[in-house]
Write a protein that binds this ligand. Structure first.
Ligand code: GLY
Length: 410
């Protein structure tokens, strides 16, 4: 009988599960396809500073803390498993083309500087010296040395391997319902209040557990029998992106230069875009931000716009092979920040709503949620992100972000 059942085996769920097991807890992860959700589609930007948004300074601090944990987090994972994570100190270069783009960058630079963040403003020449494949029409940029990248697919494989090695049991089955016990006592049932006592799998099997962790990304609000007050207000925010590769394979992990030297983000005539270029040659161009429910279709329009803007940024990108268009669902929350901690239902801990920062926030989510479960105390870092901060709002669809239909830098 596990102490902890984690619903969802993406980067977040697997990270939490592994850390719990390292702390001596018996852990089970349930997921019909571990790593098959947002973790599989995410580009892997680790960009707390480049993707900073107004009004999100609390989130910035969480993002920065997790970013600072990343080097040790991946080094230890790589040592234990012998597997790569694609962590790469690429830095992130933000660039602009016209007066409007440059005004957006200037505002962002002022905001970043006012918060004491390490950012360098560059003119056109300096920008292209750093990244010679950029179009000559690039007007200038901002270099963020501390914003890096990881490869979410490789990272997930390493995390899953390490979790199993730490004793985590992985059940490749969907959860049908949360089990809970009413405060009045009585037999275990699918009740509407009281305390979470485990889960019922789709097969009908009941798995009792002391603690249930809800880490099912944008599906976290879909669980049957979750009391209204404990329902996390997450919704799917679709992101379409493209994967490309050189026609000639590069020499090997970490040795080849990659297509670009940095992760590059840009506002191209008002549309935001990013290009994550990995040392193994893979190039990811993203991403749309669409409020279309659970739809994961790839559209011709998105492929066109992403390629159009990527070509404006880096003309030679059209020489690469297009290997995979993809669409994923970010778990959006009403304030774009994650939901981390105890829910309104005792025994149910929530780790979801990471929106654009799921890869980046994996280390801190794993560490803090496991600490909460093991000690019963909520670590200071996640106190501002309690799932209970939304208890007064309706469950889903509450306060969609103002820029919901626009592509974001993130
Ligand atoms: N931060 C990457 C994305 O959400 O598209």
């Amino acid at each position: 009988v596990p102490d902890v059942v984690v619903i969802g085996g993406g980067l977040i769920g697997m990270g939490v599960a592994r850390r719990c097991a390292q702390l001596g807890l018996r852990v089970m992860v349930t997921d019909p396809s571990p790593g098959g959700g947002a973790s599989r589609v995410a580009a892997g930007m680790l960009a707390p500073v480049a993707e900073l948004h107004y009004g999100e300074t609390a989130l910035l601090h969480l993002n920065l803390e997790s970013n600072s944990m990343f080097p040790d987090f991946v080094a230890e994972l790589e040592e234990v498993t012998g597997l790569p994570t694609g962590f790469h100190r690429s830095g992130t270069l933000l660039v602009g083309f016209d007066n409007d783009d440059m005004a957006v960058l200037a505002d962002l630079h002022d905001f970043q500087s006012s918060l004491g963040l390490a950012v360098d403003r560059l003119d056109s020449r300096a920008t292209r010296r750093l990244e010679p494949l950029l179009a000559p029409t690039v007007r200038g940029g901002i270099l963020v040395q501390g914003d890096n990248q990881a490869d979410p697919r490789r990272l997930h494989t390493a995390l899953l391997t390490a979790a199993e090695a730490a004793g985590v049991e992985i059940r490749r089955e969907p959860v049908a319902a949360l089990l809970s016990r009413s405060t009045a006592g009585g037999a275990e049932s699918c009740a509407d209040s009281g305390r979470a006592t485990g889960v019922r799998l789709a097969s009908g099997e009941r798995i009792p557990a002391e603690t249930v962790v809800l880490a099912a990304g944008c599906w976290s609000a879909s669980l049957d029998d979750l009391p209204e007050a404990a329902l996390p207000p997450v919704r799917p925010v679709k992101g379409q992106l493209l994967r490309l590769r050189p026609h000639t394979p590069t020499a090997g992990h970490g040795t080849a230069p990659g297509f670009l030297r940095h992760t590059v983000g840009a506002v191209v005539k008002g549309s935001a875009i990013y290009i994550v270029s990995r040392p193994d040659g893979e190039v990811v161009v993203g991403a749309t931000t669409e409020e279309l429910g659970f739809d994961t279709g790839v559209t011709a329009g998105a492929v066109y716009e992403l390629l159009r803007d990527a070509r404006a940024l880096v003309p030679t990108i059209t020489e690469l092979a297009l290997t995979e268009p993809a669409a994923g669902l970010r778990p959006g929350s009403p304030d774009n920040a994650p939901l981390l901690g105890e829910s309104a239902l005792p025994g149910l801990v929530v780790a979801t709503g990471h929106y654009r920062n799921g890869v980046l926030l994996t280390p801190i989510t794993a560490a803090t949620i496991a600490e909460l479960i093991a000690t019963g105390r909520t670590p200071d870092s996640i106190k501002p992100f309690s799932p209970r901060r939304f208890m007064h709002t309706a469950a889903t669809g509450a306060h969609p972000p103002i820029a919901a239909q626009r592509r974001s830098l993130a």
